[in-house]
Write a protein that binds this ligand. Structure first.
Ligand code: GLV
Length: 311
């Protein structure tokens, strides 16, 4: 019976995952990318950005677990076996980190911290215009687990907060919009736009010149979803024209961001290396453990992904 777990990631060595899973499941045949051995032994693939075609070469794989909450890195592989279920981690720790990231950059923008840092360097005692929290409207693209948590926390800080999703959602204290019509209405009222959408056929390139033009002048962008949502030249043009006042970007069309990319040195851009939400085995493992047990007991899986919608 194939029962090996393949840990496919180039970002971390998997030691913590092995320890965490074994604490719950007992000793495992846990194999990393460099030591996959006989691929016919592999029952479960835990994967983050697997090399294209690799999972298709596991003839007995029964479950594919995305080590990220986003699954675009798996669905981009057109050889991914269609009959094998995909689940994704649901990680409260990661969700909390994501909202921290958005709130950090939003407050830094809202409270003019970069301008005060420049004044300090110039030894200037200069007070910037006050903007009431009630007048700094937050718009969140994507109202899944991460978007909802982020929205709730912004609302708790007193920011008028709205969110947009593909299908209609109702959330207490949050204005919600959906569908194509709703997008324009959300954008028109978003002084800070936070992107947490999944990357799908429908959302690829959504953050383009038209979308930026629909934001109020001086709007600020926080992208902690995927680089593929953004048309980079359009974003740079919107920043250069002054229509957007700045952007905090954690994700990029090409990662690592190439050294020659303008984002690195653009005065209105903050770059971080895809760290907004790190998968933490402590908080991400309970659902994975449950699914390995479910799989082995023939029970239904949780946190399954619909390859058609892409999330
Ligand atoms: C990270 O980007 C994730 O998808 O969890």
């Amino acid at each position: 019976m194939p029962d090996a777990i393949a840990y496919i990631s180039r970002d971390t060595d998997g030691v913590l995952w092995k320890k965490t899973l074994e604490a719950a499941l007992g000793p495992l045949d846990f194999r990393t990318l460099d030591k996959l051995g006989d691929k016919a032994d592999i029952e479960v693939a835990l994967a983050w950005k697997p090399p294209a075609g690799l999972i298709a070469s596991f003839p007995n794989v029964k479950l594919i677990v995305s080590l990220g909450m986003g699954v675009d890195h798996l669905l981009a592989d057109d050889k991914l076996p269609e009959s094998v279920p995909i689940t994704r981690i649901m990680d409260d720790g990661l969700v909390g980190q994501m909202s921290e990231y958005a709130i950090y950059w939003a407050l830094r923008h809202h409270r003019d911290i970069d301008k005060y840092a420049a004044s300090q360097r110039a030894k200037q005692w200069k007070v910037e215009d006050f903007v009431d929290t009630l007048h700094r409207r937050i718009g969140i693209l994507g109202l899944g687990t991460i978007g909802q948590d982020t929205a709730k926390k912004f609302a708790a800080l007193g920011f008028p907060t709205a969110g947009w999703s593909r299908t209609q959602k109702t959330l207490p204290g949050i204005e919600t919009f959906h569908g194509a019509d709703g997008l324009g209405r959300l954008l028109a009222r978003s002084d800070i736009l936070v992107n947490v959408l999944p990357l799908t056929r429908d959302t690829k390139g959504l953050l383009d010149a038209r979308l930026f033009a629909a934001l109020p002048k001086g709007a600020y962008l926080i992208n902690m979803a995927r680089g593929g949502h953004v048309m980079d030249d359009d974003l740079l043009a919107a920043l250069d024209s002054g229509h957007l006042s700045g952007a905090a970007l954690d994700v990029f069309n090409t990662e690592p961001l190439p050294p020659e990319h303008r984002y690195w040195t653009h005065p209105k851009v903050h770059v971080t290396p895809h760290i907004a939400g790190a998968t933490n085995p402590r908080t991400a493992s309970p659902g994975v453990i449950e699914n390995i047990k479910n799989l082995r007991a023939g029970k239904p899986l949780i946190n399954t992904v619909d390859a058609k919608t892409g999330y």
